[in-house]
Design a protein around this ligand. Sequence first.
Ligand code: SAM
Length: 190
Amino acid sequence: NYRCRSAFKLLEIDDKYNILRPGVSVVDCGAAPGAWSQIAVKRVNATGESPDHPCGAVIGVDLLHISPLDGARFLPNQDITSPATHAELQRLLPGGLADVILSDMAPNASGFREMDHERMISMCLTLLDLADKVLKPGGCLVCKFWDGGLSWKLQQGLAEVFKEVKPIKPKASRKDSAELFFLAKSFKKR
Ligand code: SAM
């Protein structure tokens, strides 16, 4: 039982691209209510449920409260764009580093499509600072965005530090929404 229907998007993305393997460390940005973290905990073996596989780690961050989840560590009431949160993540991640950054974050929608798009893109661009601080070389990032006139900026920003960047639209994402995801692979440390 997932806490949110958004689960199906991550399941679909991960079934295809196989990002969440046992032993991997994950930062889940905008984690509330926690469905993506539920999937990550299982797939990286964060509870050590499969003793024959390495144990991963999942840390979820959200502005909101998140109910506890076995195998995950949550940082509720924290802004992922803030350097204080980045420092906290560096302190909590095994070896201070993550293999994967997931972001299903979204700003509160104003209803003005262009304004929401711009705020979304700025928010996603801050993930590059987070990646600089915590992502391992070779690591990957999955981030949701609302498509629009500035999407190229995000794609370009990602392409500067990842070897491979591609837009994906999961079937579980409504066809009529502007929602898309970037999958960025093979992080190059600056
Ligand atoms: N992936 C989640 C799940 O499966 O349960 C659903 C995420 S929900 C669509 C988006 C979340 O992003 C909201 O809970 C919101 O509070 C969070 N968010 C928005 N801006 C944020 C920020 N600056 N820092 C942390 N979380 C943020």
